[in-house]
Write a protein that binds this ligand. Structure first.
Ligand SMILES: NC(=O)c1ccc[n+]([C@@H]2O[C@H](COP(=O)([O-])OP(=O)(O)OC[C@H]3O[C@@H](n4cnc5c(N)ncnc54)[C@H](OP(=O)(O)O)[C@@H]3O)[C@@H](O)[C@H]2O)c1
Length: 185
């Protein structure tokens, strides 16, 4: 049986704890980020460094991203789970990832945990996915406290994403998005 593996796109910042948790759940974890030293540091911090594999690539560069993913999928098959935190500056990156997974395998189920910022909640975007993709959306909200509000901490974001993975909900809001007028400025 092949090892279960996760691909975390943008995993060296606020999603660090998600990477650590996935390792604890016995996943091999492949993490995309540009900065090799951040990837090295994340690897050093995990309980099983041999199971964390950094992929240093700029996801804005489709050719480089596509080459890296080709190598990954050729060697390991498709990921069981993709956690995606991709900035709006690279709108082509997630479609490319979905497309390449589909070209590799259209019959094995895989999960996509699609993390989006607060503002995307208002857009209610429809994200097309291949038929073997179990799509789970996670919106990052904010925290209301003492008649005021603040953005989520990295720990709160990672915990919310872990909660979304364990509950397997179609849609998760980390923190709150209401009342919208109360969001931090
Ligand atoms: N509540 C909300 O709605 C909301 C929404 C967004 C953000 N936030 C907050 O804002 C903070 C900043 O957000 P952030 O996105 O900078 O978070 P981050 O998770 O700290 O950093 C972004 C991650 O994506 C990677 N990355 C960025 N651009 C990339 C590229 N072109 N190619 C490959 N990898 C890339 C980064 O690694 P490299 O730098 O090495 O490439 C890093 O791993 C977060 O910490 C969060 O608390 C809140």
């Amino acid at each position: 049986m092949k090892n279960q593996y996760a691909l975390v796109v943008g995993g060296t910042g606020m999603l660090k704890n998600v990477c650590h948790w996935l390792i604890e759940q016995d996943y091999h974890v492949y993490v995309i980020g540009r900065n090799q030293s951040k990837l090295n540091k994340l690897k050093q911090e995990t309980i099983q460094p041999e199971n964390l594999h950094g992929i240093a690539v700029d996801y804005q560069n489709s050719t480089c991203l596509s080459n890296e993913l080709s190598n990954l999928f050729e060697t390991n098959g498709i990921p069981d789970i993709v956690v995606s935190w991709i900035h709006s500056s690279a709108p082509q990156a997630l479609p490319l990832i979905k497309d390449m997974i589909s070209k590799q395998d259209l019959s094995t189920d895989w999960r996509l945990i699609h993390i989006q910022g607060s503002a995307r909640f208002l857009e209610k975007e429809n994200t097309p996915v291949p038929k073997n993709c179990l799509y789970r959306r996670v919106y990052l909200g904010f925290i209301l406290e003492n008649n005021d509000s603040r953005w989520l901490t990295h720990n709160e974001i990672s915990s919310g994403v872990i909660h979304a993975i364990t509950t397997d909900s179609n849609e998760t809001i980390v923190g709150t998005l209401e009342p919208w007028d109360m969001r931090p400025q």
